[in-house]
Write a protein of this length. Structure first.
Length: 442
């Protein structure tokens, strides 16, 4: 069998470059670290990769000439690009918006004034551009905060809680959002109950305990979505891995709440306790795990290498612990890492310099591509037994066409030889320091 080797390496010009084609051989070295593949033993089915259509991303895109807008959309959603098929967006404002906004007038609990036209300025056009490449784009929607008048602190920012008398109007609000997006020919695949429900932020935020989120789903949101014409999957938590077991257990152990919940969403901030995802999977094997947000915090890092390595390390850790889909945060940001209405600036795989109109492709763009371009939707993760040294990571999949895809990351300061074995044949690869390779075995 032949192995096509694609590589991205620090201090080289290699960017997902096809560097060689080699063959598996009967005589191979067992003196090197090994990755032994077993495609007969499979795990989760892969859904895809994607990024977030925030107002900040869409507004930044709108400032570019048409040909540069098209370049960015092509870079993400075409087969020549990252081959994205997932997306996330926010139900009214989030921190990566130009300011706080909602779709209804004050105290309109019947939602008679519901008006989605704000999104027609930037977000809807950007989604439509992506759907020209991916008509079946799987979109996930998340709210950051209910309108201020529905909350205990009467503010969209600084946490606060949804007041019980507005549980049903807020559940209805999600349905109105899906109705209005459908009128724009934008269907939704999934939703989360609340973005980061355990974080009081200076931006749009709302706090739920695990019990409150469970009861809101069980008594209001779940029944409301079920009665609606929308087959939208509900995911809980939508926050960090550190306490995901506790939160998931509270929600999914309740049979009435669980019947409405398709799965659990996670973010990468605070910890890299990937094993917590496997614990949730073992406790609730019929539920699904999706990564819905991660970014490099604290502003842009143009051309930094460690940022791409953080992405790959987290993707591998998540995928090896039963995660099925992976959605990055902002698709693009400006050279400041915004706009962000509370100056919570961050990095993104693609940055745009507003002055020069230069498009900057960060290392994270290429590192993501080592997964998203090769691991196809409906692929299955396969068993891979390895004895890799520290800072060497791998994940392995089989696509529906039978191709085996192995992604190996060397985050160490030394080159490292690794032998890959399949059905008693193997081949040794030289992994350059601070590099990532994708092997396509067919």
């Amino acid at each position: 069998m032949n192995i096509k080797v694609f590589r991205t390496a620090e201090k080289t010009l290699e960017k997902i470059k096809h560097v060689e084609t080699i063959s598996l051989e009967k005589n191979f070295s067992t003196q090197k670290p090994l990755i032994v593949l077993n495609p007969e033993k499979t795990y989760q089915t892969h859904i895809g990769f994607g990024g977030a259509f925030t107002e900040s991303a869409a507004y930044t895109l709108s400032l570019l000439p048409e040909e540069k807008q098209n370049e960015i959309i092509h870079a993400y959603f075409s087969e020549e690009g990252l081959n994205y098929n997932l997306g996330r967006t926010h139900i009214h404002s989030c921190d990566f918006a130009l300011g706080n906004y909602t779709y209804v007038e004050e105290h309109d609990k019947e939602l008679k004034t519901f008006d989605l036209s704000h999104e027609d300025k930037w977000v809807v056009p950007m989604i439509k551009k992506a759907m020209a490449y991916v008509p079946a784009l799987k979109l996930l929607a998340s709210p950051w905060s209910p309108p201020a008048w529905m909350k205990s602190n009467n503010n969209m920012n600084f946490g606060g809680k949804l007041l019980p008398e507005f549980y049903q109007p807020w559940a209805n609000y999600y349905v109105k959002y899906f109705e209005e997006m459908k009128k724009r020919d934008i269907p939704f695949w999934a939703m989360t109950v609340q973005n980061e429900p355990a974080a009081v932020q200076t931006w749009d935020s709302c706090i739920y305990s695990a019990e409150e989120e469970r009861d809101f789903v069980k008594n209001y949101l779940g029944p409301t979505i079920k009665k609606s014409p929308f087959d939208v999957k509900i995911l809980g938590w939508d926050h960090n891995r550190d306490i995901i077991v506790e939160r998931a257990t509270t929600m999914l152990s309740d049979k009435e709440a669980s019947k409405y919940m398709w799965g659990i969403a996670s973010h990468w901030y605070v910890s890299e306790q990937f094993e917590n995802l496997s614990i949730v999977h073992e406790l609730f094997p019929d539920k699904h795990l999706v990564f819905t947000e991660g970014c490099i915090e604290g502003g842009p890092r143009p051309h930094a290498w460690h940022t791409g390595e953080r992405y790959a390390r987290n993707i591998i850790g998540d995928l090896n612990n039963h995660l099925e889909g992976w959605i990055d945060w902002n698709l693009i940001l400006n050279e400041e890492g915004g706009p962000n209405h509370v100056k919570n600036y961050c990095d993104a795989p693609i940055l745009v310099d507003r002055r020069t109109k230069e498009i900057i492709y960060n290392s994270s763009y290429y590192y993501i591509g080592h997964f998203s371009k090769f691991i196809r939707p409906e692929a299955k993760r396969i068993h891979a037994q390895s004895n890799l040294p520290q800072k060497i990571y791998q994940t392995s999949y089989v696509n529906k066409n039978g191709e085996i895809v192995v992604v190996i990351q060397n985050e160490s300061d030394q080159d490292q030889e690794v032998t890959v074995v399949l059905k008693h044949e193997g081949q040794t690869l030289n992994m350059l320091k601070h590099s990532i390779v994708t092997l396509v075995i067919a």
